[in-house]
Design a protein around this ligand. Structure first.
Ligand code: ADP
Length: 861
């Protein structure tokens, strides 16, 4: 070992070369962290700090025993660090150290967290996205996204399951991304995203892959960058990435990060899983199943065949409560097979990994028994799905592992003890021999005590002396002649015999032979598992998929959910729907909704706290659940699949992020107006609240017209602008809904019932009255409100570009159109007359006469 300065200098050089956040460098039996890195691991994991003196300075240092490094690295990576590992080797010039691999959040196979390494490349306003799912041994590519700024990039990223983000050279807004995402953001090596990247993609997946999957150039660049990064951090991990899939097919439903957040799909506004849709539905029993459920919720689909197939399985399971319990029990002891297979393929697996594969594959026949024992499940979609875990090499591999491994395998193969008796005759013999010798040593003190009358003889062993018998001084007079005295310690005197030496040599040989044979058997098993990798990954997916279907069925059965039907005429009809999360804690009042030609846009009014937001969200969540393949909280639901769910609701965290709320509101509105289509579902919970009333009302009004006339989408729009409800009279696809309340003398009772028609007022002044605001103020407010209404005239523009004037009629207390009889045919005739006047030919005196006539006519009317 060199001096401190040498070590610390070497450390710094390696850390720099590795381009990682931390370096664990092997020094003898420890991995050490020095300097700043030592402080960081101390802060992160509470590792003890010591000091290494060097050249008059003292360097902080923290160390981890070699055997424990994996655990510590995993914990550091879980905290978002990229950790390089430098091992030491005996080289021709003494000890040499080199960085073997860099473990990063996006490439690690350890830890419970899920998440992808996502690489981005950008060119001409198009963003290519490629992700590596290291645990699943696959790469995934997304369609190219149109982006203009860093905010768009954040939007794209937030809907993905991220562990680490890798940026190509031309992707803008590194700092912004780092600020907004809570995963590491790394600048990639520009070359890896260029020609070298394309070569890597071709080497790895074949020359034709771009064309076969219809990938854009930027997407190939991103994929190349991702592969390059993986190769650099851990070449063996690269070798295990064998599949390339599309992230989202053509049938994917657009569901952006904002919407996931607004609907509290994966977590609540407060960032908690409890109380989110995922939290409520999560009856999964395995980690893989839990991840799978999250993926379903993140990526609903429009592919009705897929949905019906999922629903068939859920329905079958809903009807089979006993089998459900049995399957859940069988799945409870399983592990993520894809992950085990990946570890084996990259050579980092130990006997316990094989044990996990074995335990998991054992669950398959147990599940099979449960399925076959239930008439509802035989030949059902569950049966079919389960077959995915039973095909190809799987059954053979399962019985091989079963026969080969002991029940509780040791962590490493290096000491043997992992292969079961009866697996291999030659090995049995070796084990027998080894164990006989071990027993000989174990029983030796007892035998010697009996033979020579010892009371306190002990067997001991040291590295240098080997095995020995130890006797206290008081018994020395009974020691026979053939005992060779080899030393004295305070507790007694140590002896060896010739026989002991002989047996010791035999034991060493037997141990070596046994371990060599067990290691060979272990390696052969690993090869078998590695060869069956694809099938194992498929089996893992089948089990995780079964876990998800089971979870959905369990929830549906416990909460009275029903199977949704699909239709293709654009209609969505939900009878007595409920909010999936709110119904868990409240006596929920169910509500209907129907979207069709005449009721495409629903304007929902009602006082504060009446239940508008809940209603909006419940409709969106029911549609989402249907398009995930889940049962839904409704008495009946028929859904024409939507191509996107877009939401805009006031969020809590915006202020905290220092973004102007109104600006954010308008950005979200802009996105929706740009991206929603006729097949989308739009949920607007208040628009325009963040600005002056007139601005806000005008924007809300114009946005509704745009959604109705141009986008022709389905929308639910909760608004406190009571004036907006007039649109229902003028736009054929707009209708009013209100949440009913019952007024008593001094109170308002919320009925939570959504009924046709607009609520009859906005209740603001009413609530002020109830709250005890003095009567003169309430009266004056009422008068002011009326004056304001009186002075306002709005026009509604329909799809046919026709325009109607809408004015406020004080007497009727409502808005009415300009072609109402109140304006009358007379007025219209006069307007026409004015229009056709030829001023050049009329004498002033005649003009005066005509004007007087018009005035008389208008007066008369
Ligand atoms: P708004 O958007 O009109 O201000 P919310 O949707 O936030 O009102 O609902 C207010 C409260 O009423 C919430 O606590 C919610 O749980 C409850 N609530 C809403 N809808 C229902 C319903 N259909 N049945 C029972 N409780 C409801």
């Amino acid at each position: 070992m060199g001096g401190a300065e040498g070590i610390v200098g070497e450390y710094e050089a390696l850390l720099c070369e590795a381009d990682a956040d931390l370096l664990a460098m092997q020094v003898g039996d420890f991995y050490e962290f020095f300097g700043e890195a030592a402080h960081r691991v101390h802060d992160a994991l509470g590792l003890q700090l010591s000091e290494k003196p060097s050249g008059g300075e003292r360097y902080p240092m923290a160390g981890v025993p070699v055997a424990e490094i994996d655990r510590y690295v995993a914990a550091l990576v879980d905290r978002g660090y990229r950790v390089a590992i430098a091992d030491q080797r005996e080289g021709p010039e003494g000890i040499e150290r080199a960085v073997e691999r860099v473990v990063t959040p996006g490439t690690t196979l350890e830890g419970e967290a899920s998440g992808h390494l996502v690489a981005l490349a950008q060119e001409d306003g198009r963003l290519g996205v490629a992700a590596i799912d290291a645990r699943g041994g696959r790469a995934r590519v997304d369609r190219a996204h149109a982006v203009t700024d860093a905010e768009d990039v954040v939007e794209v990223l937030e809907s993905l399951d991220l562990a680490e983000v890798l940026l190509g050279p031309s992707v803008a807004g590194h700092e912004r991304l780092e600020e907004r995402l809570d995963v590491p953001v790394v600048a990639g090596d520009p070359d890896a995203f260029g020609r070298r990247g394309v070569e890597r993609v071709h080497e790895h997946f074949g020359e034709e892959v771009g064309a076969a999957l219809g990938l854009a150039g930027v997407t190939v660049a991103a994929l190349g960058g991702a592969l390059g990064y993986l190769e650099r951090t851990d070449a063996s991990a690269l070798a295990t990435v064998s599949r390339l899939e599309r992230y989202r097919g053509a049938d994917a439903v657009a569901l952006d990060a904002t919407t996931l957040r607004n609907l509290e799909v994966l977590e609540t506004f407060h960032g908690e899983r409890d109380g989110s849709l995922l939290g409520v539905l999560d009856h999964t029993t395995t980690a893989a199943g839990r991840r799978h459920l999250g993926e379903w919720l993140r990526r609903p689909t429009r592919d009705v065949d897929v949905l019906e197939h999922r629903l068939d399985a859920v329905e079958a399971l809903v009807g089979a409560p006993l089998a459900r319990d049995a399957i859940a029990e069988a799945l409870a002891g399983t592990y993520d097979l894809a992950r085990v297979a990946t570890r084996v393929a990259r050579g980092s697996a130990g006997p316990r990994d094989l044990g996990r594969a074995r335990d998991t594959l054992r669950a398959v026949p147990a599940v099979r028994t449960a399925v076959d024992g239930d008439p509802d499940l035989v030949d059902s979609a569950v049966d079919e799905w389960l077959a995915g875990a039973e095909h190809g090499p799987i059954p053979d591999l399962a019985s091989e592992l079963d026969a080969a491994l002991v029940d509780d395998p040791p962590p490493t193969a290096s000491a043997g003890g992992l292969i079961r008796r009866g697996y291999d005759d030659a090995l049995d013999e070796a084990i027998e021999r080894h164990e006989t010798l071990e027993a000989w040593f174990e029983e030796l003190p007892e035998r010697e005590a009996a033979a020579h009358g010892f009371d306190a003889v002990e067997l001991g062993r040291t590295q240098t002396a080997g095995h020995f018998l130890q006797l206290p001084a008081a018994e020395l007079d009974r020691v026979p002649d053939h005992y060779d005295r080899i030393g004295t310690v305070s507790a007694g005197v140590r002896f060896r015999t010739d026989e002991l030496g002989e047996r010791e040599r035999e034991l060493a040989a037997a141990t070596e032979r046994r371990v060599a044979m067990e290691t060979a058997a272990f390696e052969a098993l690993c090869d078998e598992v590695a060869d069956a990798r694809e099938a194992l990954a498929a089996a893992g997916r089948a089990l995780a998929g079964l876990d998800v279907r089971l979870a959905l069925a369990t929830h549906a059965a416990a909460n009275g959910w029903t199977r949704p039907a699909f239709r293709d005429d654009g209609v969505i009809a939900i009878d007595r729907g409920r909010h999936p999360v709110v119904e868990q804690t409240t006596r929920f009042v169910p509500n209907d909704v129907r979207f069709d030609e005449r009721r495409a846009i629903h304007l929902v009014t009602g006082p504060n706290m009446s239940g508008k937001s809940t209603y909006l969200r419940q409709v969106a969540l029911i549609v989402l659940l249907a398009q995930v393949g889940s049962f839904v909280p409704a008495e009946r639901a028929a859904v024409s699949p939507v191509d996107g769910i877009f939401t805009r609701v006031g969020a809590l965290d915006e202020l905290a992020e220092g973004r102007s709320t109104f600006m954010v509101e308008m950005q979200e509105l802009a996105r929706i107006l740009h991206h929603a289509s006729a097949d989308s579902l739009v949920v607007l919970d208040e628009v325009g609240r963040g600005t002056a009333t007139y601005d806000g009302l005008s924007l809300a009004w114009a946005a509704t017209e745009f959604l109705h006339n141009r986008v022709r989408t389905k929308a639910l729009f909760a608004t406190h602008y009571h004036e907006l409800t007039a649109l229902a009279d003028h736009l054929e696809g707009v209708c009013n809904r209100h949440v009913a309340v019952e007024e008593t003398d001094d109170d308002v009772v919320f009925l939570r019932e959504v009924r046709p028609g607009a609520s009859d007022r906005s209740y603001g002044i009413h609530v002020a009255d109830m709250a005890g605001v003095p009567a003169p103020v309430v009266d004056r407010a009422t008068a002011v409100l009326e004056r304001i209404r009186e002075e306002r005239a709005l026009e509604a523009r329909g799809r046919d570009r026709g325009t109607t004037q809408v004015v406020f009629d004080l007497d009727a207390g409502d808005l009415r159109t300009a072609d109402d009889p109140a304006i009358g045919p007379d007025a219209e005739a006069i307007l026409e007359a004015i229009e056709s006047l030829d001023l050049a030919r009329e004498r002033p005196i005649d003009l005066l006469e005509r004007i007087r006539d018009w005035q008389r006519r208008l007066d008369g009317a």
